[in-house]
Design a protein around this ligand. Structure first.
Ligand code: HPA
Length: 259
């Protein structure tokens, strides 16, 4: 089954699912309750255009005060309990690459997760994966990423591609941090996703990701950053984004990936 994590402003895709079942995160772990406005905290399980899917409407963030173990609890549940073997991660992000503009979508081709603790610390997946040390060379599945690119082009839009860097948040970055992250090779920055990708990839799940570039990163424009701006741009991009994700999910069938 395919899982999709819906980031800021993108949660409405879950409303298009023909619902079989809804599970609140707090039902699987009473300590999990999303504290961010605009983020629900539940799994929506059902079908979208005939394809079985589970959507995470809202995610658990490290900056909310949760441990990394709690952050990946819903991801772990999707993989172990719901049988998710393909995972689409989405988020809102600040654009670091100078060729990016608010409203762009970026296929995540790689990530930098070095500024946040690994969700795998203290978790020995050897019984499941046969290995304690996980290769991350191809964290983002090339076939799934290519499918996203092709479906976007079919809708008349060329997507950006780049490296996503996760910070702990909840502060946005300083301009000096953004310059440093750019020199490290980051194209976009946000407060989620890499730990989910790392965990799922280590578990053998095929992972892909898309960032909605909601703003230029700190210091790249005269404007200060605000959650409101992030949400307004994510909402505006939402219509195209939902269409794209629907087509990608449908396209999984044609890719001969077994459901
Ligand atoms: N920085 C960090 N997280 C974000 C940003 C940003 O500029 N925009 C959206 N999420």
């Amino acid at each position: 089954m395919t899982g999709i994590v819906l980031g800021s402003g993108l949660g409405q895709l879950a409303d298009e699912i023909e619902v079989e079942k809804i599970i609140e995160y707090s039902d699987i772990d009473p300590s999990l309750k999303s504290t961010v406005e605009g983020h629900k905290g539940r799994f929506v399980i059902g079908t979208l255009d005939g394809v079985r899917i589970v959507a995470m409407q809202g995610r658990i963030h490290y900056y909310e005060g949760y441990s990394m173990k709690q952050v990946i609890t819903p991801i772990e549940y999707m993989i172990k309990e719901l049988g998710v073997d393909k995972l689409i991660l989405t988020n809102a992000a600040g654009g670091i690459n100078e060729s990016f503009a608010p409203g762009d979508l970026m296929i995540i081709k790689d990530h930098i997760t070095s500024f946040v603790p690994s969700p795998l610390i203290g978790v020995d997946l050897t019984p499941q994966t046969g290995n304690r040390f996980h290769d991350m060379t191809y964290t983002y599945d090339r076939e799934l990423s290519e499918l996203i690119r092709i479906e976007a082009e079919a809708l008349g839009r060329k997507l950006k591609e780049g490296v996503y860097l996760q910070t702990t948040g909840p502060c946005y970055e300083t301009p000096a941090e953004i310059r440093a992250y750019r020199s490290l090779g980051a194209d976009a920055v946000g407060m989620s996703t890499t730990v989910e990708a790392a965990f799922a990839h280590a578990m053998g799940v095929r992972v892909c990701g898309v960032s909605c570039i909601t703003n230029l990163a700190a210091g790249m424009s005269a404007e200060k950053l605000s959650h409101e701006e992030v949400q307004i741009t994510a909402d505006k991009t939402g219509v195209f984004f939902r269409k794209l994700m629907r087509n990608v999910i449908c396209g999984l069938k044609a890719l001969d990936i077994k459901e």
